[in-house]
Design a protein. Sequence first.
Length: 224
Amino acid sequence: MAYKILIIDDEVALTELLSVHLQDCGYTTFIADDGEQAIAMLNTYPDLILLDINMPEMDGLELCKMIRHNVACPILFLTARITEQDKINGLQAGGDDYITKPFSLQELTARVEAHLRREERSKAVPRIMATQGLIVNCAERKIFYGENEIRLSNREFDIVEYLVGNANQIFDRERIYEAVWGFDAEGDSGVIKEHIRKIRNKLAEITGKEYIETVWGMGYRWKK
């Protein structure tokens, strides 16, 4: 069955171009040109979402925040914004990656394929890890503390899974970035600091515990 990709952008010419190209690559595509249409299209259960940040009425960041808890698939921002703060804002909103405009169709296809491969790999690992009262279900990509589910974004879960699977080992930001984003990623490992902060806050809110330790000058480790 072909992967389903939802393209959300108010530039009609661009969405049509991307739709035709991705269909030629073997994907099934759906198009929305604003937030309201995009929400209605979620019942197609997309495997990946391409989301423009600059849209009228409801921009991509607002839309991402609105749907993130109900959508587990990767969300890739399409954006002309390139500052570090813009990247952080996108990650804080729940995005998994960003593609800076203008971009080539080859780059877009490579990013889409990489994220879908990563999703498949994560689904193929039927593992459950227990640590300090947490249950990390790698098959369903969920974390529980008692009966309480701790909701993480895809990237946040990937980081937790990596650290828990290598508990008590110290990893610097570059190593974590390569393990989670991949060696071919073109982003900045500085985003790890923001992800770690968000993970800590979400875990502490439910558990009252500190799980990730900062080893100054070296990196991070999951405490056994």
